[in-house]
Ligand binder design. Structure first.
Ligand SMILES: [Zn+2]
Length: 492
């Protein structure tokens, strides 16, 4: 054993998609991977289950939770009007707090769709996110935001601007949008920051927010440079309605025509995908992130996982910064995904193998691309999670309860005993080792409160704008395209 090797004992092993090994044993690993897995041991119980590190296939890495700064859960198009209330804080704190909280819940590999707090400072923000990923010790796929098309509404913004009145309309129209060419240039600079903890990707935010020329450029560069792409797709009913109006031949086949659909693309949400669209995405090797809690909290719906499985469309689990109890608990997210999608009665839709495949293997590939990870086996990457079983098993009858049953029914972040990424221990007994999370949380909250005090929001105007957006989408205005190039009137 080398000096940096870890030997971890377990009573139960979840190897990954191939499931549970009954009986104790040990797994040995170092920075370069898992070197040995011994099973069939007969020693005394150690109170531990070992499994591959969990993956979060879609997130935004905001330290401040949205409900805390005034963006209460509601339909996405309404909620987005309040997302701008997020107080500006140090981008390092924002990312480090988010990453550390996720790591405490067992997530070691994550997508980060960056929402910039200051478009002019995107490069500095990316450097801060890279530093936060390294300090916490997680592996972060940083999706560089590309957006600006349809900046106000999916359809013609005129009814919305009329409804909010001239002053608010002027403020909405004055929001600064960087030309796509400049955004692509910054993306290239961010790709140069790549490290084992920070893996940049193209992040066209959604088809409604990016023009075709930019999507085609992203598709070309992705193909020629082998870079991954991460994009929201058909998250809400309003987006579905907009897509059907704007692309009568089909949005997904339109994206295919641009060359965007490939095994390097991950799409987030996919709540409103049709079976035919699932089949096309599956044929192209596209991955989906299923964000169950977010889809419930933002009133988007329940992802058609049965249609994904039927089409052979691969998917991972995402939290989207909107976990069910607002606590970044991936194990509870796992439970919600399982109970909502396994099928009702005796109709099996999602089985356990496929669940673990989504959570530790396909979710991982959706973030990193194929890398042979997501399993506890010699030669696999040393990204390992250990759960302690004392709390989960406190009331069980010896020899009866299955560790897997208990994880699916009971496990929460309170049971995380340790998380190792690249063989380095980054969480122990629920605490992050690389940073002082409570101190960073306190500093972030102090900065957020003073930023909010220094620049008070006009909450009456926010409420008026929110009501106007609700009416706009409720009455179907988004199904009428803007005259001329969408959003051109507000692009400098
Ligand atoms: Zn998202």
């Amino acid at each position: 054993m080398t000096e940096t090797a870890t030997e971890l004992a377990f009573d139960h092993l979840l190897r990954g998609p191939s499931r549970q090994e009954v009986g104790g044993g040990t797994v040995t690993f170092g920075p370069d991977g898992i070197t040995a897995v011994e099973t069939g041991g007969s020693g005394p119980p150690v109170g531990q289950v070992v499994l591959p590190a969990l993956c979060n296939a879609h997130d935004h890495g905001r330290g401040m939770r949205t409900t805390a700064f005034g963006a209460g859960d509601d339909a996405l198009e309404v909620w987005l009007t309040r997302l701008g209330l997020e107080p500006k804080v140090d981008p390092y704190l924002r990312a480090a707090v988010a990453f550390a909280r996720m790591a405490q819940g067992g997530i070691g590999i994550m997508n980060h769709c960056h929402n910039t707090q200051d478009p002019d400072a995107l490069m500095d923000e990316a450097r801060a996110v890279a530093r936060a990923a390294r300090d916490v010790g997680v592996r972060v796929a940083f999706a560089v935001p590309l957006m600006g098309h349809n900046p106000i509404t999916y359809g013609d913004p005129a009814p919305l601007l009329k409804a909010v009145g001239p002053e608010a309309a002027a403020r909405i129209k004055a929001r600064k949008i960087m030309p796509f060419a400049d955004q692509l240039a910054i993306a290239e600079d961010i790709f140069a920051l790549e490290s084992p903890h920070f893996m940049p990707q193209y992040g066209p935010v959604g088809p409604q927010w990016v023009d075709d020329a930019t999507l085609a450029t992203v598709a070309d560069r992705s193909a020629s440079l082998g870079r991954r792409v991460h994009m929201h797709l058909l998250e809400t009913e309003s987006q579905r309605q907009w897509a059907d109006a704007a692309y009568p031949g089909g949005l997904v086949s339109h994206l295919d025509g641009l060359g965007l659909l490939s095994e390097r693309l991950t799409v987030a949400h996919g709540v409103w995908l049709t079976p035919d669209e699932c089949a096309l995405l599956a044929e192209r090797g596209v991955m989906v992130s299923v964000n169950t809690s977010s889809n419930l909290r933002l009133r988007s719906g329940i992802a058609p996982v049965a249609a994904y499985i039927k089409a052979g469309l691969r998917f991972g689990m995402g939290m989207d910064g909107m976990s069910f109890d607002d606590d970044e608990d991936a194990l509870r997210e796992l439970r919600l995904l399982w109970t909502l999608q396994r099928g009702f009665g005796v109709h099996d839709v999602l089985d356990r193998d496929r669940l673990w495949q989504a959570v530790v293997a396909d979710g991982r590939a959706a973030i990193l691309g194929p890398d042979d990870g997501g399993r506890i086996a010699p030669g696999a990457p040393s990204d390992v999670l250990a759960l302690r079983t004392d709390r989960m098993m406190a009331d069980v009858v010896p020899g009866r309860a299955s560790a897997e049953d208990l994880i699916l029914a009971r496990a929460t972040k309170a049971d995380v005993a340790g998380l190792w990424i690249h063989g380095r221990k980054i969480v122990t007994d629920g605490a992050c080792l690389g940073i002082d999370l409570p101190a960073l949380e306190a500093e972030m909250l102090a900065q957020a409160r003073s930023a909010a005090e220094a620049a008070p929001a006009d909450l009456d105007e926010v409420a008026r704008i929110e009501a106007a957006y609700r009416d706009y989408y409720r009455t179907g205005c988004h199904c009428h395209p803007a005259p001329g190039p969408a959003g051109a009137e507000t692009t400098p």
